[in-house]
Design a protein around this ligand. Sequence first.
Ligand code: GLU
Length: 507
Amino acid sequence: MRVRFAPSPTGALHIGGIRTALYNYLLAKKQKGTFILRIEDTDRTRFVPGAEEYILEALNWLGISPDEGPQQGGEFGPYRQSERKGMYAQYAMQLVENGHAYYAFDTPEELNEMRERLKKEGNHMARYDQSTRMNMKNSLTMSSKEVKAWLDAGKPYTIRIKIPENEEVVIQDIVRGEVIFQSNELDDKVMLKTDGMPTYHMANIVDDHFMKITHVIRGEEWLSSTAHHKYLYKFLDWEDTMPQFAHLPLILKPVGSGKLSKRDGKKFGFPVFPLSWNADTEEESFTGFREAGYIPEALLNFLAFLGWNPGTEQEMYSLENLIEDFSLERVNKSGARFDIDKIKWFNQQYLHAQSNEEILLALRPLLKEKAWAQEDKFLLSFIDLMKERASFYPDILEKGYYFFEDVKEYDEKTIRKKWNESSKAALLDYQKVLLGLDTFSASTIEESTKSYLEEKGLRFGDLFPMLRVCLSGSTKGPSVFEMMSLFGKEKVMKRIETGVGKFSVLI
Ligand code: GLU
């Protein structure tokens, strides 16, 4: 099995592209085959600098790097179409020689004229096809002498495929089953452009053939081109080695109909691209899944289920499990809805399963950014306390900021409800208990606190809400004993004093 992911470097790689790459990768690994990255950059007008690097970085970050590609090399290279451009024209010529394609000399103005004329006749789907080609300026309507003269004179031309009339094109798609196209519905697509560069269709087929691709797995938007591709294999006499096709379902917006778009990300406030992209214009810059703190394994697990399911209840799938269980036969035909809550859920599962050390590694750059320096021992205990309360890496720091900085905001509602002379007295009295402790471990604090409450005939609710508000600003958070132990005695005392001072003014 040799499969390829063939993105065009026209900007950041959409999450749908990543899913295509993932499915290709999974199948290649399952069959002990080869996963190839090919950069389809023949359309120089749409080329965006940095896009290829972005694609590579995204695949590397997700751990689904190709076996062959522009970075890795391989015996079927080069893997950028711009570096292969010398090899395509001869196959377009071969098509002409065998009568399966023709030279078209029509100028852009003439093509426009044709469209306008047909529009007036009520045909709004004007195309260059079997119904119009004989009214155009091409080697089918011109004498061979004239064609030669025009070619010799260096007149610009394109080469168009000549789609046969009245045929049925049957595609056996692994996902969609039998798909039938009527040849009369297909246009005579351009294979070679006036600048001598191939179009996507021509380059794609030539490369798939020479790279010995066995399976073409790509998004549904390419299904309609597959009939043309099948003709190309036939006309070039490569039918025997034509790859099998599998077209993956569309990824749909979270609500409503249509494809998931960049705008949806902006609208709903979640990433739709793997990595951030900082183009010059505001319009083009966005936060990626990586920068938003997603764990690559969680994103992969989520993407695997976007159009596929194992047919069981199991949802948690490592990359290795996916390689074992994934199959194209279980890919759905219908569109897959992008559910941001589901990916958050996956991320939370993966985050909670990570060791404190792994999380610390991910948090280091964020800690550095905030200039929150602490010893690793402290940081690991902090992570241990906070990770259960977070869905993302940055959440851990946001929710637990008070481990590094003074409390910024106190929960006023609790203060109004719980702060009174007796809770103040209890808190001040309790300070003495803490002061008397020789060791400040969670268990010693807990023990002495419990016996203190018992001795004074107090309930938990008489002390803890306000104690917590002093320490962290809120009544929610990790175990108060663990928290105090990590803060250390001095800081705990200070926070109680600061709290008591502030609350008395508040009420
Ligand atoms: N270059 C095409 C793209 O950008 C590749 C489609 C295919 O896989 O054939 O998606």
